[in-house]
Design a protein around this ligand. Structure first.
Ligand code: SF4
Length: 137
């Protein structure tokens, strides 16, 4: 689940101009740990990620919301997806099966359909967990 190259480049260029970017380590704030900073009168937590890597992931996000690509999830979409996945641990209802297929198509440009094939549904769920993992960085 990689972002297109032009999106990756755009993100890297934005980071290089950002005051929170650490040139030496190429990280967003303190390497690995991240740190809290004030931005637009709000406290935000920098991720500490290595931006050469993070910018490649399609659903990665900038904690300051500076990236202008439309490959990121909105917070509402993230919460919706997280909520859905939290209820599909032991069993999947028909409605959830449908919703999983819809979100799989939406975020992964797939042709997923609701399925009675358990391994197929599990595979779709796992793909959607990867979307969440990228978003959460
Ligand atoms: S991810 Fe955002 S906050 Fe972090 S260095 Fe890049 S532009 Fe700055």
């Amino acid at each position: 689940m990689f972002a297109p190259f032009d999106v990756q480049n755009d993100r890297v260029n934005t980071c290089r101009k950002c005051k929170f970017y650490k040139q030496k380590s190429k990280t967003c704030g303190t390497p690995l740990l991240g740190n809290e900073v004030k931005f637009n009168k709000k406290n935000i937590k920098l991720c500490g990620c290595f931006m050469d890597v993070k910018t490649r992931f399609r659903f990665a996000r900038c904690p300051a919301n500076k990236w202008r690509d439309d490959h990121k999830l909105t917070e509402v979409e993230y919460k919706e997806l997280k909520e859905l996945l939290s209820h599909t641990i032991d069993k999947v209802t028909g409605v959830q099966n449908k919703q999983i297929a819809i979100l799989h198509r939406k975020y992964l440009n797939s042709n997923a359909n609701p399925s009675s094939c358990r391994p197929c549904v599990i595979s779709h769920i796992n793909d959607l967990h990867k979307v969440i993992d990228q978003y959460e960085g």
